[in-house]
Write a protein that binds this ligand. Sequence first.
Ligand code: C2E
Ligand code: MG
Ligand code: MG
Ligand code: MG
Length: 279
Amino acid sequence: KVKESGRNGIRMFTPAMAAEVRNKLERIDDLRRAIESDEFVVHYQTQRDAALGTIIGVEALVRWNHPIRGLLAPSEFVPLAEETGLIVAVGDIVLNKACRQAKDWQKRGVAAVRVAVNVSTRQFLEPSLTAQVRQALSDADLDPEWLELEVTESLIMKDVDGAIARMHELKALGVSLSIDDFGTGYSSLSMLKRFPLSRLKIDRSFIADIPNDSGDMAITNAIVSLAKLLGLEVVAEGVETEEQARFLKDTGCELFQGFLFARPLPPADVERLLLVRPD
Ligand code: C2E
Ligand code: MG
Ligand code: MG
Ligand code: MG
């Protein structure tokens, strides 16, 4: 953050600020180096059919396997990657790894599951995104129906017409699109009709206080019923308790993702879950 200019409009550049700048430059270098040396790994969190309990998909969640700092969560590096534009390279890595992973599970007869990949604002605005997705699918030899791209509500609301055009381009590849963290932005449900979407993911802040917050329960209920009117599937994120799962199932929510079922896990651990057949 740049320091507020003083009364005379003069910016004081203090040693502390110099250190901060140096530190940031180092972190950017580190991120660049990590891209070069392939330090990003992808963990996967299962998405289960609410009625049958079967795993129908996984969400790809990036982690940075840092040589000194250990395994880092997205919150520790995605914001900087986003700010510097390096997220485009990181996102491409994740996309490629996720497509290969889904294909590998299919080829080896583990399971056929859809893989959902998060697309950041910078990536979404990048003109080459569609070409990148097409390339990743073809390199992995993955049928596009198995790939889902998650975009956030705030991202698409920034430039609605631009987002619609971009989404149609992606949709034409045969992939499906979902809105992540739904309910936290400002889209109206009538606006949603204009986007070529397959599903909505209810933000986990609405799920967290079920069954104690009747307001959240009412909102969740409304999101599920209106989504259904629009022909969209609904995924609940952050399902942590049986009670939440029961409530969500009663509202008609079709898919569950959350710690109650599984945390995001490395591929080998997810594979073990995929091999378990319910009943
Ligand atoms: P998201 O896409 O909304 O992903 C869901 C996040 O919620 C994950 O955090 C997941 O671990 C967490 N979560 C899932 N179930 C539960 C639950 O039951 N309880 C709680 N408390 N948390 C739960 P994670 O992996 O730390 O990712 C955080 C965010 O970082 C993601 O939110 C997404 O916005 C971003 N992200 C992750 N991977 C990528 C990526 O490859 N590219 C981009 N651009 N962003 C990514
Ligand atoms: Mg997501
Ligand atoms: Mg989310
Ligand atoms: Mg999020």
